[in-house]
Design a protein. Structure first.
Length: 123
């Protein structure tokens, strides 16, 4: 997500989207990339994980993203609704790509699949 946004030059954006580049300063994009990369590394290391291990991984990435979103050094920039949804979808997809049945895990916890991040998410 952040890599794509960083590759787009403001001058090449449709005038309706040009403000988006200003919404996401480089510091926010880098911090988001860092949190996501740490999550990806942790997920790759999960071998036949328990539900608690998977949720621990989700908790850590969500708390890291909470810190990014609330960091004043980004000039007041934060995740918008679309980015929040994309981050949640990304977490779900990344887990699924590494063999985690997110729907089954959520069902065992008595929550909907879309709520997998909700216990920790501030953004």
């Amino acid at each position: 997500m952040a890599e794509v946004a960083r590759d787009v030059e403001v001058g090449s954006l449709d005038p309706e989207c040009a403000g988006a580049a200003e919404m996401y300063p480089e510091s926010l994009l880098r911090a988001t990339d860092s949190a996501v990369e740490a999550f990806e590394a942790e997920v790759r290391g999960l071998l036949e994980p328990s539900g608690d291990e998977v949720l621990g991984t989700v908790e850590r990435v969500v708390l890291a993203l909470n810190a990014v979103d609330g960091d004043a050094s980004h000039g007041g920039a934060s995740y918008c609704t679309e980015e929040r949804e994309q981050l949640c979808e990304y977490i779900d997809l990344a887990l699924g790509e590494h063999g985690v049945d997110v729907a089954a895990l959520a069902a065992r916890r008595g929550i909907d699949r879309a709520e997998i991040t909700d216990a920790w998410r501030d953004w």
